[in-house]
Design a protein around this ligand. Structure first.
Ligand code: DLL
Length: 432
């Protein structure tokens, strides 16, 4: 089913007019309400009058995660705090998180976008959704939650973790849809098989998976193991959260909600816009957001855009699956991790050397991050108690910064391989 036929199946002309009008209003709004953008536009010698149609978007400045850091926490907001009704946050490149704020109207656009996704997945008000994305500062749980309510379906706010209980809830409450990261879905599937409860006692039909990259082979594995139809949902906190794009029954790329989020692909080196079909860095302009409107936000996600007609009838531009990132961000169990965050924790601990290595692998279907770090001469001890104590300290500091537990392996001084060029800090052994 199509949730909003008028908006999702617009003709190219109608879409062009709507996007152009929204862009004009947006630029005028940020110019007057956000000193950061006014300054950037003045530096480029442009005013809102230079922006007449959506094609003029290439004249506008880019926004990056660094800009969030420089304006932490609320410097990019375009409304007074009295208009902001919700905050979320995601990982920044160092200690400080990226803070995002929503007005009441932003939340309603968000719910509308999610309702469009869920309809495209073939779910409706008769469905019962288990939401096993994390609730809290992460946008996954609450974002999808309110979209499900907007659809009129039933939501079970299970949040992530406690897999045995997840399975019991899905079984007893008759969940027909599961929303979580694809890697967690695989783990749930395996645990489900171990419980011995026959598949016929579950009503699960649909999976809503995203927040991390996954491949067709992973989709097949999840679909076979859980006996469901699995769909991709994409999004990022800065732009809104989940629901920026979604697959439809054709599973041939993800439709971008492009009346609200205008996509471009650029070459990450030259910053020049690339034509449809070419892979590059995905950039979004939030055409209607009030709280935190963004001009040309560089997502660092690599993919391509496609605007040929889709048999489902939606006329929105589609994006290919994310092929990688143009920065070093890792996604571990759905949590975004920058190696620089780990480095700054290590450098802050007196007993540790700045020599470390991160090893990411999938154990038992779940991502595992092992941090190997050298202990300074003089602090390394044969006494098990002392080493355990240091390990506990490192683990707890890292947990508070990353929001993720990881395995810490303290090693003797001068044992990690030294590199003669770029240090290879990250060994990612996962196969998607
Ligand atoms: O992960 C929002 C989300 C929640 C999307 C639940 C889907 C489902 P952030 O924590 O800000 O927001 O992380 C955003 O995650 O730039 C991508 O690199 C990656 N990502 C998100 N969805 C997908 C996906 C949420 N479907 C970052 N495929 C993005 C591949 C994804 N990567």
């Amino acid at each position: 089913m199509i949730w909003n036929t008028h908006k999702e199946c617009m003709s190219a002309d109608e879409k062009h007019n709507l996007q152009s009008e929204r862009l004009r209003k947006l630029v005028s709004r940020v110019y007057h309400a956000t000193p950061f953008y006014r300054r950037k536009m003045q530096e480029m010698d442009i005013t809102p009058d230079d922006i007449r149609s959506i094609e003029d978007i290439v004249k506008l400045p880019f926004t990056t995660k660094q800009d969030f850091r420089d304006n932490y926490p609320y410097g990019l907001f375009a409304v007074p705090m009295s208009e902001i009704v919700r905050l979320h946050a995601s990982s920044g490149t160092t200690g400080k998180p990226t803070v995002v704020g929503y007005t009441r109207r932003d939340l309603s656009v968000w719910s509308e976008s999610i309702a469009r996704c869920l309809s495209a997945f073939g779910t409706d008000r008769n469905d019962i959704f288990s939401v096993a994305y994390g609730y809290g500062l992460f946008t996954g749980g609450l974002g999808i939650h309110y979209g499900i309510e907007h659809l009129g379906a039933t939501v079970i706010p299970a949040s992530s973790g406690n897999t045995g209980k997840q399975i019991q809830l899905m079984h007893d409450f008759g969940s027909t849809a599961l929303a979580c990261t694809p890697s967690y879905a695989l783990y749930i599937a395996e645990t489900m098989q171990k419980t011995g409860i026959p598949r016929s006692e579950f009503r699960l039909r649909t999976g809503i998976f995203g927040a991390e990259p996954w491949t067709e082979s992973m989709r097949r594995e999840i679909e076979n193991k859980l006996g469901i139809d699995a769909y991709n949902i994409y999004g990022l906190s800065e732009v809104m959260g989940p629901g920026v794009s979604h697959e439809c029954a054709c599973k041939n790329g993800s439709h971008i909600v492009d009346d609200h989020f205008y996509p471009e692909i650029i070459d990450p080196e030259t910053l020049k816009r690339l034509p449809d079909g070419e892979q590059g860095e995905l950039v979004f302009t939030t055409l209607s957001k009030e709280g935190l409107p963004l001009l040309r936000y560089r997502t660092k996600d690599l993919c391509s855009l496609h605007s040929e007609a889709c048999p489902c009838g939606r006329s929105s531009v589609r994006m290919s699956p994310i092929a990688g990132r143009s920065d070093d961000m890792l996604i571990i169990r759905g949590v975004n991790v920058f190696p620089s965050q780990i480095e700054s924790v290590i450098l802050d601990i007196d007993e540790l050397e700045a020599h470390y290595q991160l090893i990411v692998e999938r154990r038992n279907k779940l991502d595992n991050l092992e941090i190997q770090v050298e202990v300074k001469e003089g602090y390394y001890s044969d006494e098990i108690g002392k080493i355990l104590e240091l390990k506990k300290k490192v683990a707890s500091r890292l947990h508070s910064v990353l929001g993720l537990s990881c395995d810490i392996k303290l090693v003797e001084p001068n044992t990690l391989a030294r590199s003669e060029g770029k240090a290879q800090r990250v060994i990612d052994k996962r196969k998607y």
